[in-house]
Design a protein around this ligand. Structure first.
Ligand code: NG1
Ligand code: ZN
Length: 528
């Protein structure tokens, strides 16, 4: 009987009495020491989800950009997407059941979802390079084995999403192996760049900050497949430095400065991954040593300009939209709406919200300002592009554009934001358009902005509305923000409780740096 095994094995992964954790923006995430029982139980839950959907489910052990001491876990649904809200609820219930309540909670869930326990289960488990990931992923496997499963080892978060999607689409999305992932991406990249005339070594060279994480390991594996069409100088490769410490995409974005350990010369193109390689930001320093950041908003703008032009050349009437969050720089939104004339949507923070909104369009480009994002093509859009590429009556220009679009689709990991895939896409776009990083940066100028973390006694007292751009609780907070914002030109500010850390995030932007500083004096609590 599987239940006996559950009881037996769960005794090796006891829950600390009274500990309550919530399945948040990116699953469970906290200090690694508190997570052993959560991992075991997520192994159980993933197995049930697999039985329910009759498909392979993913479990990723990572805490992304959080410090090395933290860890986390999230579930990946059959098409590589985040698990549904109902199952997020089950995850929280299962995680918080006291030891003796585990089996009744599990049985109740099986009954509510009418799960056939005789159904076979398949679970892919991935982990990042954190010290704690080894034993925590074993705890997941214990849970999986108690009810049936499979192990994949070290992968980036997006690679796990890719593997799950390939497995469940019988290879239509690609081969369900890491080699298949490298081959798909690198072949598309080589196809896109092979006809670009006079690509210099400078254009082919990119500095990569691997944040001392799994991305560093995996990008060097991929490099051989790229056949020198892209040459990477890898820094923070995990050989000596600490994960995410003074490096990585989050550090670069929030601090707005270059990471430690990267030797940058003026004008050189650099990028940083985060700890599980699902985010990327670009940057360079100019001849006056000024640092220039090209974040998720700049990436979304570059990609949407490229795709919009290709659609025009192909003569395809497909609706294109960009999905952002409240953290998107006001200049980017203005540029996208007023100059590019594309639809812009704003959703709550967290990729699942952006992903969902992007699915409503023929082509949905979504990026969080922190560099997490991808592009989604609807079935109809993919079919129209394929048809045109095969159409013998279409003229050369239209067909060429259709081929380029086809290879672009193959280069993109549509399951989730992917630092390696996004990097290749950006490199291909810059090459095809013959653009330097400075020209890309000059598309629009960011409004000066600041993002701060504030520690408060209970962050849950803050309630927000309008895609988190306004607060409804505590009373008087929004009015106070409005009063301050009114004093400055093109100013915007909002606060929201973080879904991944015990802090409140404060964001502000205005037309000048001075305007911003004026706002800072009035922060209610000590900033960190
Ligand atoms: P929270 O902690 O809820 O702000 C952060 C990021 C999100 C997302 C998640 C998951 C910011 C402001 N927030 O969420 O965009 O990436 O982590 O990793 O960057
Ligand atoms: Zn991440």
């Amino acid at each position: 009987m599987p239940f006996e095994e559950v009881t037996q094995k769960s005794a090796h992964h006891p829950k600390p009495v009274g500990l309550v954790l919530q399945y948040g923006t990116a699953g469970f995430r906290t200090c690694a020491k508190k997570l052993d029982h959560i991992m075991f139980r997520m192994g159980l839950l993933a197995t049930l989800r697999s039985k329910k959907t009759k498909a392979t489910i993913g479990v990723m052990v990572t805490a992304s950009h959080n410090p090395e001491e933290d860890n986390g876990v999230k579930l990946v649904d059959p098409m590589g997407e985040m698990v549904t809200p109902a199952w997020e609820g089950y995850a929280t219930e299962l995680a918080n059941a006291e030891q003796e309540g585990l089996l009744p909670t599990l049985k109740d869930l099986i009954e509510r979802e009418a799960i056939d326990m005789a159904q076979e289960a398949n679970v892919f488990v991935g982990k990042d390079t954190r010290c704690s990931s080894e034993s925590l992923s074993k705890a997941v496997m214990d849970g999986v084995c108690a009810l049936g499963g499979h192990y994949n080892g070290l992968v980036t978060t997006p690679q796990l999403h890719y593997l799950v999607c390939c497995q469940n689409t019988q290879g239509r999305y690609g081969e369900a192996t890491i080699k298949g992932y490298y081959q798909k991406l690198s072949q598309a990249f080589i196809q896109l760049t092979k006809n670009v005339p006079n690509r210099t070594d400078d254009q082919k060279t990119l500095l990569v900050d691997g944040a001392n994480g799994i991305g560093a390991l995996k990008v060097s594996e991929m490099e051989t497949y790229l056949k020198k069409e892209l040459q990477l100088s890898l820094f923070n490769d995990g050989s000596s430095g600490k994960l995410n410490h003074l490096c990585g995409a989050d550090f670069v974005k929030v601090q707005q400065r270059a990471p430690k350990g990267v030797e940058i010369s003026a004008g050189e193109r650099c990028c940083s991954y985060d700890g599980d390689a699902d985010r990327i930001v670009y940057y360079y320093t100019d001849s006056a040593s000024r640092f220039h950041l090209l974040d998720g908003d700049k990436i979304a703008t570059l990609i949407s300009t490229y795709l919009k032009d290709l659609l025009t050349q192909a003569g395809l009437d497909l609706q294109i939209a960009v999905v952002q969050t409240a953290y998107a720089n006001g200049s980017s939104t203005r540029y996208l709406e007023d100059v590019m004339k594309v639809i812009v949507r704003c959703t709550k923070t967290g990729v699942k919200h952006l992903h969902h909104a992007a699915q409503e369009f023929d082509i949905g480009i979504y990026f969080e300002a922190n560099g997490h994002g991808t592009v989604l093509f609807s079935k109809l859009a993919e079919e129209k592009i394929q048809q045109l590429a095969r159409d013998s009556n279409a003229n050369d220009e239209r067909k060429r554009a259709a081929f380029t679009l086809h290879n672009t689709i193959n280069l993109i990991n549509q399951t989730v934001g992917d630092a390696m895939s996004d990097m290749l896409l950006i490199e291909a776009v810059l090459a095809i358009r013959g653009m330097t990083v400075q020209q890309w940066d000059a598309i629009y100028t960011d409004l000066p902005n600041r993002q701060l973390k504030v520690k408060v006694a209970d962050r849950r007292v803050i309630d927000t509305t309008d895609a988190e751009r306004r607060t409804v609780r505590p009373e008087g907070l929004q009015e106070a923000i409005d009063l301050l914002v009114k004093k400055y030109r093109r100013a915007r500010s909002f606060v929201r409780p973080s879904g991944t850390e015990d802090v409140v995030r404060v964001y502000a932007e205005a037309d000048t740096q001075v305007g911003l500083r004026g706002g800072e004096h009035n922060l209610p609590c000590g900033e960190t």
